[in-house]
Design a binder for this molecule. Structure first.
Ligand code: DC
Length: 235
C-alpha cells in the first residue's frame, strides 16, 4: 500500500464483530482519522424521535435528515457527534435508539443523503481514514485501499456483547438482540459475505490487539502478502 498518499481503510462487519474497537485501534496505530458511519444513522434516528416524526413516514424522515446540520468528529480517541446543535454522543447509544435505528437506516433516501456526507468526509481527510459500517466496502468506499469484512461466530459475538453490557441484561436477551440486528441489517447489505477484493478477518479466536495487528499488517504489506490462517481474500 502506498505510504506517500492518503490511505482509506474500509471495515464492514455484523453486530458484535468488534468492528468499532478494531477500527479505532487501527486508526490510532496508523495515525489515521476514523469515521463511525453507524453513529450518523443513530444520530438521524435520535432526531426522528426528538422531533416526533412518524418513523413510518419515509418521505418526512428523509427530508428531516437531509436538511439536518450534522457534525461528526473523526478522532479515533475523542468521538463526538452533534445534530441540529445537540451533542448526541452519549444519547445515540441508548437501547431505544439501538432498537429503532434499523428503521431509519433502511430508508433509501436517508441512506443516499448520509452516504453523500460520508463520501465528503472521506475525501476531506488529509491523512487518510478508517471508515466503518455495513455498506462501506461495497457502496460508500468500494475503491478503498484496503477493504475488510470482520466476522465472528454468532456465539462469540453474543459473548462479547454480553460482556460489554454486563449484568444489566441476560444472555438470552443479548442473543435475541444480536440475531435480530443481523436480520434487520441484512436488508442493508449482505455483510456476512465478502464482495470481490474484500479480505475476510475472522476474529472468533483472536483478541482485540491481535485483530488490530492483523489489519495493520494487511494495510502496510497488502492483502496478498499475508499467510494468516485467519484471513482469506475473496477471489
Ligand atoms: O454499527 P452501529 O450499530 O452503530 O449501526 C447503527 C445502525 O446503522 C445499524 O442498524 C446498522 C446501520 N448502519 C448502516 O445501515 N450502514 C452503515 N454504513 C452503518 C450502520
Amino acid at each position: 500500500m502506498p505510504q506517500d498518499s492518503r490511505t482509506v481503510i474500509a471495515i464492514d462487519g455484523p453486530s458484535g464483530s468488534g468492528k468499532s474497537s478494531t477500527s479505532k485501534g487501527v486508526a490510532s496505530r496508523l495515525g489515521l482519522a476514523y469515521l463511525d458511519t453507524g453513529a450518523m444513522y443513530r444520530a438521524a434516528a435520535w432526531l426522528v424521535r426528538e422531533r416526533g416524526t412518524d418513523p413510518q413516514d419515509r418521505a418526512a424522515v428523509a427530508e428531516l435528515v437531509a436538511g439536518a446540520e450534522l457534525a461528526i468528529s473523526t478522532s479515533p480517541t475523542q468521538p463526538q457527534i452533534r445534530i441540529e446543535g445537540h451533542d448526541v454522543t452519549e444519547a445515540i447509544r441508548d437501547p431505544e435508539i439501538s432498537a429503532t435505528v434499523s428503521n431509519v437506516a433502511t430508508n433509501q433516501d436517508v441512506r443516499r443523503s448520509l452516504i453523500a456526507r460520508q463520501r465528503a468526509i472521506i475525501a476531506a481527510s488529509p491523512t487518510g481514514i478508517v471508515v466503518e459500517g455495513r455498506d462501506i466496502t461495497t457502496v460508500v468506499a468500494p475503491d478503498a485501499d484496503l477493504r475488510i469484512l470482520l466476522v465472528a461466530d454468532p456465539q462469540a459475538r453474543v459473548t462479547r456483547r454480553h460482556a460489554e453490557l454486563g449484568d444489566r441484561v441476560d444472555e438470552a436477551a443479548v442473543t435475541d438482540q444480536v440475531l435480530r440486528r443481523d436480520r434487520d441489517d441484512s436488508t442493508v447489505a449482505a455483510f456476512t459475505e465478502a464482495a470481490e477484493g474484500v479480505t475476510v478477518v475472522d476474529s472468533t479466536h483472536l483478541d482485540l490487539p491481535q485483530v488490530i495487528a492483523t489489519i495493520c499488517r494487511l494495510a502496510t504489506e497488502g492483502p496478498t502478502s499475508t499467510a494468516e490462517p485467519t484471513t482469506q481474500e475473496q477471489p
